[in-house]
Write a protein that binds this ligand. Structure first.
Ligand SMILES: *[C@@H]1O[C@H](CO)[C@@H](O)[C@H](O)[C@H]1NC(C)=O
Ligand SMILES: *[C@@H]1O[C@H](CO)[C@@H](O)[C@H](O)[C@H]1NC(C)=O
Ligand SMILES: *[C@@H]1O[C@H](CO)[C@@H](O)[C@H](O)[C@H]1NC(C)=O
Ligand SMILES: *[C@@H]1O[C@H](CO)[C@@H](O)[C@H](O)[C@H]1NC(C)=O
Ligand SMILES: *[C@@H]1O[C@H](CO)[C@@H](O)[C@H](O)[C@H]1NC(C)=O
Length: 544
C-alpha cells in the first residue's frame, strides 16, 4: 500500500476518548463472546456523586426490572459504576437500567450471534464514506480496554493487512482510492486472568466520487493522425478535462536508443473555463525521424477511479499532397507564359498583319481576280491636267504606280491617260471602266476635287458604298492636314486608311511598307513573273 501521498482530513475508526466511556445510545448491538461494558453515567456531571454506587436491574421481554444478582454470574462484574461482561452471551440480551440517586439510565442490549463464516458480524458494522482522493486514515484504538490489550490486528475484508503486539496499531493514512473500499476490522485481543478475549470493530468504508469530481477525459479523437515531413519539429498537444489533482502524462514505450528526440514539457498549470478544469501537456518531437513515424504516442489522464488514454500517430506527408502545389504554380506559370506569348503574338500580328496577310496570300496562292469577270485590278484616279505645282502626283499616277504594280507585282491598272481613247463619251467610258475595276486608287492632291475628277470619285463612291463592288484606296503624296475637301460620303468608308507615300523610302524598294500596304489593299492575285516587255504594250487591245 502506498502511504502518505496527500493528507487532507483525518478519520479515526475507534473514537473512544479517555475519561468518557459512557454510552448514551439506548439501543446497543453486541456480539456474543466479546467483552462488553455498561457505564452508568449521570446526565449532568454537576450532579455527580462520586461516593454513590449505582444499582443495576435487568428485565427480560418487558418484564419487571429485577435486581442483578452478580454473585450468580461470574461473567458479569461490577467495577465502580461500570457493569462488565466477560464476555457477553446470547442469554444476556435484554434491557438494563442503572439507578444513581434520582437518575436512571436504560439500554436495550441486543446480542447477535457470531458469524462463523466471517471475521466480523454484519450487524456490528459501522459505515463510513470517504471522498475519493481525500485522505483515508484507519486507526485501531480501544481506550477502555487499553490496559488489557495483548495484540492488535487489522483486517481488510477479513485478510490481515497489519498487526502489532501493542495496544495500538500504526494508523493507515493514505489518499483514498476506489480500491480502498471494503470492510476494515480491528481485532483487539485482551488477556484477562489468563484468558484471551477478542473485540472486533468493523468499519464499512465506501469510497465516493466527489460531487464536484468529473470523469477525466483526454480531449480529441481516440487516434489523432498528424502528417509530418522528416526533419520537421512537431508538438503534440494533449489536453484533458480533469480534476485539479488528476494526473496527465504522455506514455509510450521508450525503446533503447529510440525516441531520444522526444521530450515531455513540464506541467503547465491547469486552467478553469466555465467551472471545468483543463490541463494540457506538450510532447515535443525534434527533427522527426523514421522511428517516430507510425508509432503510438499515448496521452493518459488518471485519477483514483478512472483513466483515459488517447493516441497520436505521426504519418509521413503523402507526396501527392505536394504535387498539386507544384502543378498549381507550374500551371500558373505556364498560363502566364502562354498568355504573354499569345499577347506578344497578337501584338506581332497587329504590327505585321500586312506582311502576314501577304505571306498567307502567297502561301495559299490565293487569287480573287479569276472569277469576278472584271478586267482591271484598279482604276487609278488622279488629277489629269498637268500643272507644275502637282507634277509629283501626276508622275506618280502615270509612271511610278504602273511601274511597280504592273511590272513588278503583275497587276493590271486602268489609267485614263493611257487606256482611254480620246474623244467619245468620256463620262460613260469612265463609269464602265470603274465598273470593270476591282479597286479605285485615288491619288490625293489639294486640287483633286476638280470638276473633271469629281465624276470618277462619285461614281467610285457609289460603287463602293451602295453596290459594294469596289474598294477605294487613298494615296497621299504630300502630307495633307485637312481633308475637308473630300466629300462627306468618303468618310463613311469602313476602313478609310490613307497610304502615305514617302518618296525616298518608298521608291528605293518594292519591299517598303508603302508597297506592302498597297498590295495588302489590292486584290489577292498570284504574282506572275516579270513580263519583260509588257510596259510598252498597248493595253487597249485587252479591253472589251
Ligand atoms: C452522595 O450520596 C450519599 C449516600 O448515597 C449521600 O449521603 C450524600 O448526601 C450524597 N451527596 C450529594 C452531594 O448528593
Ligand atoms: C457497506 O457499504 C455499502 C455501500 O454503502 C453497502 O451497500 C453495504 O450494505 C454495507 N454493508 C454493510 C454490512 O452495512
Ligand atoms: C481471537 O482472534 C485471534 C486472531 O486475531 C484468533 O486466532 C483467536 O482464535 C480468537 N479468539 C477468540 C476467543 O475468538
Ligand atoms: C493546447 O491545446 C489547448 C486546448 O486546445 C490550448 O488551450 C493550449 O493553448 C494548447 N497549448 C499549446 C502550447 O499550444
Ligand atoms: C497506446 O494506446 C493504444 C490504444 O489505446 C494501446 O493499444 C497501446 O498499447 C498503448 N501504448 C502504450 C505504450 O501504452
Amino acid at each position: 500500500m502506498h502511504r502518505g501521498q496527500l493528507f487532507l482530513t483525518l478519520w479515526v475508526i475507534v473514537k473512544s476518548t479517555s475519561g468518557e466511556d459512557c454510552i448514551s445510545r439506548p439501543h446497543l448491538n453486541v456480539v456474543e463472546g466479546e467483552p462488553f461494558y455498561l457505564k452508568c453515567c449521570p446526565f449532568s456531571s454537576a450532579q455527580r456523586n462520586k461516593t454513590a454506587t449505582p444499582r443495576w436491574c435487568r428485565s427480560n421481554q418487558s418484564h419487571k426490572c429485577a435486581e442483578l444478582n452478580l454473585s450468580t454470574s461470574p461473567r458479569i462484574t461490577l467495577r465502580k459504576d461500570i457493569l462488565e461482561f466477560w464476555p457477553v452471551e446470547l442469554e444476556d440480551q435484554g434491557s438494563y437500567t442503572c439507578y444513581l440517586g434520582h437518575e436512571t439510565r436504560k439500554w436495550m442490549i441486543n446480542v447477535t450471534r457470531r458469524d462463523k463464516h466471517s471475521c466480523f458480524t454484519e450487524k456490528q458494522v459501522k459505515s463510513k464514506t470517504v471522498g475519493v482522493t481525500k485522505s483515508l486514515q484507519i486507526t485501531c484504538n480501544n481506550n477502555y480496554y487499553k490496559e488489557l490489550i495483548h495484540r492488535t490486528a487489522l483486517y481488510k475484508d477479513c485478510e490481515k493487512i497489519s498487526k502489532s503486539n501493542l495496544s495500538y496499531l500504526k494508523p493507515i493514512l493514505k489518499k483514498a482510492e476506489f480500491k480502498d473500499q471494503g470492510y476494515y476490522s480491528c481485532v483487539f485481543s485482551l488477556l484477562r486472568n489468563g484468558k484471551l478475549y477478542n473485540i472486533t470493530d468493523t468499519l464499512n468504508i465506501t469510497i465516493l466520487r466527489e460531487r464536484s469530481d468529473v470523469i477525466p477525459v483526454v480531449l480529441g479523437p481516440q487516434l489523432t493522425r498528424i502528417e509530418v515531413e522528416l526533419g520537421e519539429d512537431v508538438e503534440l498537444n494533449c489536453s484533458a478535462l480533469l480534476n485539479k489533482n488528476d494526473y496527465l502524462y504522455w506514455n509510450f514505450q521508450k525503446e533503447e536508443g529510440l525516441h531520444l528526440n522526444v521530450h515531455q514539457d513540464n506541467k503547465i498549470p491547469p486552467w478553469t473555463a466555465e467551472g471545468k478544469t483543463y490541463a494540457s501537456k506538450i510532447l515535443r518531437i525534434q527533427k522527426v525521424t523514421e522511428s517516430n513515424l507510425n508509432f503510438l504516442y499515448n496521452c493518459t489522464v488518471v485519477n483514483a477511479g478512472t483513466t483515459d488514454t488517447k493516441s497520436f500517430i505521426l504519418l509521413r506527408k503523402v507526396d501527392t499532397a505536394d504535387i498539386p502545389g507544384h502543378v498549381f504554380t507550374g500551371g500558373m506559370i505556364a498560363a502566364i507564359v502562354v498568355s504573354v506569348a499569345v499577347l506578344c503574338l497578337g501584338v506581332v500580328c497587329v504590327i505585321y498583319r500586312v506582311d502576314l496577310a501577304l505571306c498567307y496570300r502567297r502561301w495559299m496562292g490565293r487569287d480573287e481576280t479569276l472569277t469576278d469577270g472584271k478586267a482591271y485590278d484598279a482604276f487609278v484616279s488622279y488629277l489629269r491636267e498637268y500643272r507644275p505645282e502637282h507634277g509629283e502626283e501626276y508622275t506618280f499616277a502615270v509612271e511610278t504606280l504602273p511601274m511597280a504594280l504592273e511590272k513588278h507585282f503583275g497587276y493590271k491598272l486602268c489609267i485614263f491617260e493611257r487606256d482611254v481613247l480620246p474623244g467619245g463619251a468620256v463620262v460613260d467610258e469612265i463609269h464602265s471602266l470603274i465598273k470593270k475595276s476591282r479597286r479605285l486608287i485615288i491619288v490625293l492632291s489639294k486640287s483633286y476635287m476638280s470638276n473633271e475628277v469629281r465624276y470618277e470619285l462619285e461614281s467610285g463612291l457609289h460603287e463602293a458604298l451602295v453596290e459594294r463592288k469596289i474598294k477605294i484606296i487613298l494615296i497621299q503624296l504630300a502630307p495633307v492636314s485637312d481633308f475637308t475637301f473630300l466629300p462627306q460620303s468618303l468618310k463613311l468608308l469602313k476602313s478609310r486608311t490613307v497610304l502615305q507615300w514617302k518618296a525616298e523610302e518608298s521608291l528605293s524598294s518594292h519591299n517598303s511598307r508603302f508597297w506592302k500596304n498597297l498590295l495588302y489593299l489590292m486584290p489577292a492575285k498570284v504574282i506572275k513573273p516579270d513580263k519583260g516587255g509588257a510596259e510598252g504594250l498597248p493595253v487597249l487591245a485587252e479591253v472589251s
